[in-house]
Design a protein around this ligand. Structure first.
Ligand code: SAH
Ligand code: SF4
Ligand code: F3S
Length: 442
């Protein structure tokens, strides 16, 4: 048995791709290793979204390099693969900066990995494969999933045609593509057979989904209904959504489909209309708030999370205040917030009015204090109440299991009678910012 070490950075799409890469390599005699030190193949599945994310890869490669040199001295072949969005964006630059990298493979070509590694063992040269190929990777990937998690990711859409002015994704993942409905259904059935109870439909722009179904095209809400009809699926989620693609049909699905969880990640980025315009987000703060209202009208317990960027070029003190005002109106259950990072090649990077780093730091801190408070008070509203949780993993203590609430909160419980994969009713005893503790409800 050979060993493979896969480290995943970035978004859930990368988590999904990493699982698929392992599924590709397993039939070639590989099993997962938790550390790179004892592996024969190292894959870094990378993210290019912010400068820091990309730089992390080079530091990690720097740590791995001496280990590769030592392995070669001992006559052991260790292959290093850089996959994901840095691979797509930087291609052969990666090998120039770190010559010990053997293979660079993009998000649309990783299905070729077994063949690439085979070529590599025949000739010792670098292989860079970052095409947007004619063949579809999903057709080439294994049809049988090996995912044993009770909550599984299923990629239904890839790429993005929105071109927000700060973002690299349209360049690293290419243009929008929706997988055909029957392929998705067959993968969903396969995941259910392996024990999945929750399916999270993934896409960079998931609610722009429009996949072929016989002689018509289904939208995301129609696909959700199809998935909800599969027996064995208990919970459905989708991410990441763009506000302009929150159609009335999709909003209505939240009121109609019980299996659709009452939680939505709906990134707003900013609460200021001028900033939103120059970000090319194509909605106003008012439009966004209207969508939130409509969702609460169809399902009153809907909880929302978001992404924010502070210090986008042209963000004035007043513009930043407008973001705080929007946050105050929505009351998020959770959120991610970032300082704007200039990404070469994106329109935002050459805009006038770049904001000083000190101001970005201050604004981020101010925003995060409020978001953290909102998260804590959201969690505290559940103390003394109960809801179903899906048990997903072991906790740190004996007999402790960690489950997920309908609203994506982690819930710790002590139990001898339940197992991973069960859905149990938990009575919430305590809440802090990052998790809840509960006991089983009898
Ligand atoms: N498709 C999703 C987001 C994908 S990227 C959407 O449309 O919202 C995830 C998050 O990273 C974004 O929501 C944004 O908040 C952040 N992000 C993207 N580019 C960034 C940049 N250049 N600087 C800082 N944050 C960025
Ligand atoms: Fe990036 Fe905008 Fe596309 Fe999201 S919608 S992936 S932020 S370009
Ligand atoms: Fe990062 Fe690529 Fe995802 S840039 S956020 S890994 S699509």
């Amino acid at each position: 048995m050979k060993k493979i070490y896969i480290k995943t950075y970035g978004c859930q799409m990368n988590v999904y791709d990493s699982e698929r890469m392992y599924e590709l390599m397993k039939p070639h005699g590989y099993k997962i290793s938790e550390t790179y030190e004892d592996s024969d193949l190292i894959i870094l599945n990378t993210c290019h979204i912010r400068e820091k994310a990309a730089e992390k890869i080079y530091s990690e490669l720097g740590r791995i390099a001496p280990h590769k040199r030592n392995s070669s001295k001992k006559g052991k072949q260790l292959n290093i693969v850089v996959a994901g969005c840095v691979a797509q964006a930087e291609g052969k630059e990666i090998v120039k900066r770190q010559p010990l990298v053997d293979v660079v493979v993009g998000p649309q070509t990783y299905h070729r990995l077994p063949e690439i590694l085979n070529r590599l063992s025949n000739k010792s040269r670098k292989i860079i494969d970052t095409d947007f190929p004619i063949e579809n990777k999903f057709d080439e990937l294994k049809k049988i999933r090996m995912n044993k998690n009770p909550a599984a990711f299923l990629s239904i859409q890839e790429g993005c045609d929105k071109f927000c002015s700060f973002c690299v994704v349209p360049y690293t993942r290419g243009s929008e593509y929706s997988r055909p409905v029957l392929d998705i259904i067959s993968e969903a059935k396969n995941l259910i057979q392996q024990g999945a109870k929750e399916i999270c439909l993934l896409g960079q722009n998931v609610n722009a989904y429009h996949g072929k179904y016989r002689n018509k095209t289904l939208s995301l809400d129609e696909l959700i209904m199809e998935v909800a009809n599969l027996s064995g699926v208990e919970r459905i989620r989708y991410m990441t959504s763009h506000p302009v693609d929150m159609t009335d049909g999709l909003i209505a699905a939240h009121g109609k489909v019980d299996k659709l969880m009452p939680y939505l990640h709906l990134p707003v980025q900013s609460g200021d209309n001028n900033v939103l315009k120059s970000m090319n987000r194509k909605y106003s703060a008012e439009n966004y708030l209207k969508i939130i209202d409509k969702l609460k009208n169809v399902r009153e317990d809907m909880a929302f999370s978001s992404d924010f960027i502070v210090g986008f070029p042209g963000e004035t003190e007043q513009a930043f205040k407008n973001t705080l005002k929007l946050v105050d109106e929505v009351k998020y259950c959770q959120a991610y917030s970032f300082k704007y990072s200039r990404r070469p090649g994106t329109p935002g990077s050459i805009l006038q009015g770049q904001v000083a780093e000190e101001i970005k730091i201050e604004r981020l801190a101010e925003l995060q204090i409020i978001l953290n408070e909102q998260q804590l008070s959201f969690n505290k509203t559940f103390v003394g109440k109960e809801f179903d949780i899906l048990l997903e993993r072991r906790g740190k203590m004996d007999d402790q299991l960690v489950g997920k609430s309908p609203y994506m909160q982690a819930v710790h419980i002590l139990t001898k009678d339940s197992k991973i994969g069960d859905i149990v009713k938990a009575h919430i005893l305590n809440a802090d910012k990052n998790s809840l503790t509960g006991s089983l409800y009898n």
